[in-house]
Design a protein around this ligand. Structure first.
Ligand SMILES: C[S@@+](CC[C@H](N)C(=O)[O-])C[C@H]1O[C@@H](n2cnc3c(N)ncnc32)[C@H](O)[C@@H]1O
Length: 181
């Protein structure tokens, strides 16, 4: 196990099957370099709801107000309120109370009704594939547009990762075709 990964054991309440689940901690320098692409301004309130070891949280610029959550420290992400930006590498899976879900779209949907200015998520190719035309249409209806995608290599994990930045700024950077062929 590298220093950028932690493993926890999750037990499925119904099947009682145990599964090793690797929590990826973003390399701090990668978080620093990615934060530089986020158009934060003085006074912005920034939430890091899945703080982990703090790669993003600890490296946010001094001119923003910061909020954090981290389940292993007893603070669930749902307790955070009132923020302009959410910036994180979210967990790949999430316990929602009723079931465990792949979290990327679940959380994008969640924050698109809560963040005031922007959302910046680090994810992999599988996360990219969850951005279906129907979901992109929903984001647009809520006023959200992708404004930047930063590609990075994190070789300790699976190679290529994508830092998706969304803002409430109409643009045609990412388009979709609503029809299925
Ligand atoms: C993939 S790690 C990333 C940590 C950090 N954001 C980073 O970039 O290094 C995801 C983190 O989310 C935390 N987490 C999972 N479920 C959570 C929840 N319901 N509320 C808050 N934190 C949670 C995990 O414990 C883990 O530290």
């Amino acid at each position: 196990m590298t220093e950028s990964k932690r493993t926890i054991i999750i037990e499925d309440a119904e099947t009682e099957q145990k599964e090793a689940y690797v929590l990826h901690q973003t390399p701090p320098q990668c978080a620093i370099d990615l934060i530089a692409f986020v158009p934060l301004v003085a006074g912005d309130v920034v939430a890091e709801p899945f703080k982990g070891e703090g790669a993003f949280y600890d490296n946010l610029p001094p001119f923003v107000e910061k909020k954090w959550a981290e389940i292993t420290l007893g603070v669930d992400y749902t307790t955070l309120e009132d923020y302009d930006w959410v910036i994180t590498n979210p967990p790949f899976r999430l316990e929602t109370g009723t079931k465990r879900v792949n979290s990327f779209w679940y959380l994008l949907d969640y924050y698109s009704t809560r963040a005031r200015k922007g959302i910046a998520f680090l994810g992999n190719d599988k996360c990219f594939c969850t951005l279906t035309p129907r979901r992109q249409k929903l984001l647009r209806e809520r006023g959200w547009y992708f404004t930047k995608v930063v590609v990075c290599n994190i070789k300790k994990w699976r190679g290529r990762y994508f830092f998706f930045i969304l803002e409430k700024k109409p643009n045609s950077f990412m388009e979709y075709l609503p029809t299925s062929y």
